[in-house]
Design a protein around this ligand. Structure first.
Ligand SMILES: Nc1ncccc1[N+](=O)[O-]
Length: 250
């Protein structure tokens, strides 16, 4: 998988050189390219933003630098058909980023991230590229960050760990919270490891029973209990709409 990130803070993406993503890059499983948007500005101040039409606070990122950057990145020969790119636009006004969407994105050969600073990117940039490829406008949460770079780190990690061979034990993401399948839509229950007693606290008996059926049932009950306590909406189905493959254009 290839990931391109266009940003005015390339150094913010340094964490993509370490840990899980860093190792996947070193192994050649991920081809991550971080680009400085200001490379596509031509004025003395490397201007990337301007005041919003219609007035209002803050600044809006301008179309031209994004257009030049994306045109250059998307036509560098990698797009040999088999590598259809998709745009991932982190924004608080996007569709909630969920595990289903992470799974869907992990199946794509090429993601181009456009994290924005300020009040966001001129709408015409998304409109322009939505005519050529799937555009996923995603939100990592109902709060406002200073820019989308932290969201790129979040989405990249959630996607990279699903790539074959990236996680040591392929099974380990089967039981993740939200993982499709038996635990779909449920939060993970509590976990324990040695020592068997710690500050007078022991381990739930069932976990020491060796009875796999009982253990699986206990784990599911605990997941249901935790989900009911923390995210009742997931049980009633009123929580973020699960990503549906047909919703390509978002
Ligand atoms: N929440 C956000 N705030 C700013 C930029 C992007 C964001 N997001 O969720 O992707």
């Amino acid at each position: 998988m290839r990931l391109d990130v266009v940003t005015i803070f390339p150094e913010y993406l340094e964490p993509l050189n370490v840990s899980l993503v860093g190792k996947a890059r070193a192994r050649g499983q991920l081809d991550v390219r971080v680009h400085d948007l200001r490379s596509w500005t031509h004025d003395r101040h490397n201007t990337v933003d301007d005041t919003p039409y219609g007035g209002g606070p803050g600044m809006v990122m301008k179309t031209e630098p994004w257009g030049e950057a994306l045109d250059e990145i998307l036509t560098d020969g990698y797009e040999a058909g088999a590598h259809a790119p998709a745009l991932v636009v982190p924004t608080p006004s996007g569709r909630p980023f969920t595990q289903e969407l992470a799974v869907h994105l992990s199946e794509r050969p090429w993601l181009v991230f456009t994290p924005a600073r300020y009040e966001g990117i001129d709408r015409r940039v998304v409109d322009e590229y939505a005519t050529r490829m799937p555009v996923y406008e995603v939100s990592i949460g109902d709060y406002v960050l200073a820019g989308g770079e932290a969201a790129v780190l979040v989405v990249t990690e959630a996607v990279a760990r699903l790539l074959p061979g990236v996680l040591g034990n392929a099974e380990s993401h089967r039981d993740d919270s939200f993982a499709p399948g038996a635990m779909a839509g449920l939060l993970e229950g509590p976990v324990h490891t040695k020592p068997p007693v710690w500050r007078g606290r022991g381990i739930p008996e069932v976990l020491l029973s060796g009875h796999h059926g009982k253990i699986a049932r206990w784990r599911r009950d605990e997941a249901l209990r935790r989900t009911t306590a923390h995210r009742p909406g997931l049980i009633e189905g009123s929580d973020p709409k699960a990503f549906d493959k047909k919703d390509r254009e978002m």
